[in-house]
Design a protein around this ligand. Structure first.
Ligand SMILES: Nc1nc(=O)n([C@H]2C[C@H](O)[C@@H](COP(=O)(O)O)O2)cc1CO
Ligand SMILES: [Zn+2]
Length: 161
């Protein structure tokens, strides 16, 4: 019997793990997942956007507008940073799969951790100052950026419905 050929590619496999992680996020507006893979194709970190340990959703709001201190923005830990902080090894030469293009703060952490490739899907904040700063730093640091088609996101959204 011949081996099955229509299996997930490595990119689809790891981006699916990023999407699975995103499904843990409680952010009602934007749920992001990240999956870090080492050069041996082993998963070494997963993360999604959420509040820090001890900062519960009952005390912190997911609001996007209004008094800054009452919005989610000063408190939420981005998926990429959580994946780095959750990782189990030195990340030099690793690849990060992330469902949304990283902001400038995460770009700094990604570069400093030694991650060499960022594979992303959505880029809905393309052109914003944070997004432009990220791309500038990634370019200067020699981090390779690869955008995948959106088909996986559609699949996950269908599963959730
Ligand atoms: N790359 C990213 N990773 C993330 O984890 N986030 C998080 C931070 C917030 O919880 C949410 C963005 O909220 P909003 O502004 O789209 O309502 O996604 C945001 C970005 C965008 O740069
Ligand atoms: Zn970020």
């Amino acid at each position: 019997m011949r081996a099955k050929e229509d299996v997930l590619t490595w990119d689809q496999y790891f981006m699916s793990m990023a999407h699975l992680s995103a499904m843990r996020s409680k952010d009602p507006n934007t749920r992001v997942g990240a999956c870090i893979v080492n050069p041996q194709k082993r998963v070494v970190g997963l993360g999604y956007n959420g509040f820090p340990m001890g900062c519960s959703d009952t005390k912190y709001s997911w609001e996007r507008e209004g008094d800054f201190l009452e919005t989610k923005y000063p408190y939420v830990v981005h998926a990429e940073l959580n994946a780095i902080l959750n990782s189990i090894q030195n990340l030099a030469g690793c690849t990060m799969y992330v469902s949304l293009f990283p902001c400038n703060e995460c770009a700094k952490a990604i570069i400093q951790s030694g991650i060499k490739t960022v594979v992303y899907e959505d880029d809905k904040y393309d052109g914003s100052p944070e997004n432009m700063a990220s791309k500038r730093m990634f370019l200067d640091a020699g981090v390779v950026l690869i955008q995948l088609p959106y088909c996986l996101k559609v699949c996950v959204e269908e599963i959730e419905e």
